[in-house]
Design a protein. Structure first.
Length: 257
């Protein structure tokens, strides 16, 4: 049986980035109507999918803006039909120069990361659930740092750990409504922002040496498990937290890079 999302609408946040583009594209390949949502670039990303013959539309809003999200969800429902699947993918982190110990960490960076990476999941989920009714799927993108903390990234680590427990709480609450909620924790993924972050060759070598599979993930290797967990193949899976990290966390710890 092939995964088929025909006549189903998928909303993807952070859809204009490398990982969001891969996730949106794979859902489109599987027949879904895809609502690509981002602060900027969503329209262009959706246009590229339409050029390939897929059903896709772009929507611009900030996951921190609850009123904007409500308006965006209403537009998606009106344009593409009720939302069947929500992928909470939008997220940010500080650059290398911003990464500090807790006592030196910038308060504005803490507020910004928490508001996007954790509050954004809550905000979008709440808005979509009001129109989802009974039956549906929510998939949250966390990080291995939510499982095993990295030094000098206290806000990102706290936000992603929060996403994991929020996923479990939502799964418990929404199961009686037939809504499944799961979470993926990627390791390092070979997208533009990550490649820029690790452009120092010595740092990249140290990073790859710590990953048993010896390489970063391709965006498509995160998109695949995402689509699986939203499919009928995963119909008895809810509240799950899946590390997709090339074995990084198998040893129970993570290094600082």
């Amino acid at each position: 049986m092939q995964i088929d999302f025909s006549n189903r609408t998928v909303m993807v946040t952070g859809a204009a980035g490398g990982l969001g583009t891969a996730i949106s594209g794979l859902f489109a390949e599987c027949g879904a109507r895809v609502a690509l949502c981002d602060l900027k670039g969503a329209g262009e990303a959706a246009a590229r999918l339409r050029e390939l013959g897929y059903q896709a539309e772009g929507f611009s809003f900030d996951v921190r803006d609850r009123n904007g999200i409500e308006e965006g969800v209403s537009q998606i429902a009106s344009s593409l039909g009720g939302i069947d699947i929500l992928i909470n993918n939008a997220g940010i982190n500080g650059g290398p120069e911003e990464r500090q110990t807790v006592d030196a960490y910038h308060d504005d960076l803490w507020d910004r990361i928490i508001s996007v990476d954790l509050d954004g999941v809550y905000n979008c989920s709440k808005a979509v659930l009001r129109s989802m009714g009974n039956g549906g799927t929510i998939l949250n993108i966390s990080s291995i740092t939510g499982l095993v903390p990295l030094r000098n990234q206290c806000a990102f680590t706290a936000a992603k750990a929060g996403v994991i427990n929020l996923t479990k709480a939502m799964a418990l609450e929404l199961a009686p409504r037939g809504i499944r909620v799961n979470c993926i924790c990627p390791g390092t993924v070979g997208i533009a922002v990550t490649n820029t972050l690790w452009q120092n060759s010595d740092t990249m070598k140290a990073l790859l040496a710590h990953i048993p599979m010896g390489r970063q993930a391709l965006p498509e290797e995160i998109a695949g498990p995402t689509v699986f967990l939203c499919s009928e193949y995963a119909s008895y899976i809810t509240g799950a937290v899946l590390a997709v990290d090339g074995g990084w966390t198998a040893g129970g710890y993570a290094r600082n890079f």
